[in-house]
Design a protein around this ligand. Sequence first.
Ligand SMILES: Cc1cc2nc3c(=O)[nH]c(=O)nc-3n(C[C@H](O)[C@H](O)[C@H](O)COP(=O)(O)OP(=O)(O)OC[C@H]3O[C@@H](n4cnc5c(N)ncnc54)[C@H](O)[C@@H]3O)c2cc1C
Length: 422
Amino acid sequence: MTRQAPAAAARNRPGGTEHIGIIGGGILGIALARHLVRRQRGQVTVLEKERRLAAHQTGHNSGVVHAGLYYPEGSLKARLCVEGREATRDYCRARGLPYREVGKLVVAVTDAERGALAEIERRSRLNGVPGLERIEDPARLREIEPHVAGVAALHSPHTAVVDYAAITEAMAQDVRAGGGSVLMGHEVTDIRLEGGRARVVTPVSEHVVDRLVVCAGLQSDVVARMVGADPSPRILPFRGEYWSLAPERADLVRGMVYPVPDPRFPFLGVHFTRGVYDDVHVGPNAVPALAREGYRWRDVSVRDTLGSLRWPGALPLARQHWRMGVHEIVGSVAKRAYVAQARRFIPELRPADLAARATAGVRAQAWARDGALVDDFAVDRLGPVTVLRNAPSPAATSAMAIARYVAEEFVFGIGEESARLS
Ligand SMILES: Cc1cc2nc3c(=O)[nH]c(=O)nc-3n(C[C@H](O)[C@H](O)[C@H](O)COP(=O)(O)OP(=O)(O)OC[C@H]3O[C@@H](n4cnc5c(N)ncnc54)[C@H](O)[C@@H]3O)c2cc1C
């Protein structure tokens, strides 16, 4: 991956006349467009392949505004989640969008989980998670969540829930009001680098831009390959399936209840979330999807599946995680197995309480050639093109902070020497 030579200072200054293209109308593409428009960084055009915004990960997630509990100190996730939580809260307040601090418990069910819980607490304190409380007393645990059973817990009272699709729509209005364009139904099929600029081709339009940022989520590696970027990391789609709790059982949780996650795996485990509209859902699990945008088992893409099976990282990943994979697939097809995961910390849960399957989401998880699942956010640059290569959870929480970081460190090259962190 080559570094872009810093552009002339005159072209970087606010009020610049450059044309900046952004691929992807999820929360990251739109947050970046808003950041650039507000700072008058040039003419901004967002190209989204679907007919609506937030059609993939942004519109199919848990809606949690994470407070920064899990992330290793010094990581981009740790830095940008904390900054992004505050920016999201302030934005929702300013725009009158719902933002509810329902709070979150992470529950250790056995003494064996105390060590992992202590590590989460250590990281949380280093990351500056506000109001964190360690709970050892069962009476205190029941005061917060009366139906939870556990030997110890961490409580994060400021973990919140929002509607990320509504936030994305509101930010897109800001972009348009500031003179930017957000074009739907514009699927980018080719990108040609021409004399330091990029020609971006869709079936209905062509755009020559001075700088291009790829925020294409599940397709980020596919689009990266259009500009000759390294195929690694590849995107491995992991579906997260949810169940809705029957309304008459919604009082099983007041806020959010999470297990202690398996530290070998980049997902948080099946949990309970009281959503911003008061619906309670259980999930998501993590099963390999058979298509990048495969929301059901019957959504199969031969190209995506064969591509994953042929990836050099396939065998090392299978060797390392096959037990977890089998466990998740069994939970996906057998409701009782799914309930068993969630009943560990809410023992009163019965299969009948999971009333209906809710819409699933598919995570864009970056997967390296050696089989490793990339944990931190990752950004690459090739000439005038910047590509977000890994933006999994908590990237929705962090969106406004990622936008600032990508604009300053990559698009306009400030702090260039330390910028390539993927
Ligand atoms: C099940 C699940 C639960 C999650 N829970 C949370 C949570 O509670 N809190 C949190 O902070 N994060 C959560 N996340 C993560 C979060 O949703 C994502 O990190 C975030 O939405 C990523 O935003 P994005 O804009 O990068 O991707 P996306 O929202 O996927 O947007 C990418 C866009 O690019 C478009 N695109 C792709 N290819 C092209 C092309 N060739 N031309 C034009 N457009 C293209 C797509 O159509 C899509 O709209 C969750 C994710 C999942 C799947």
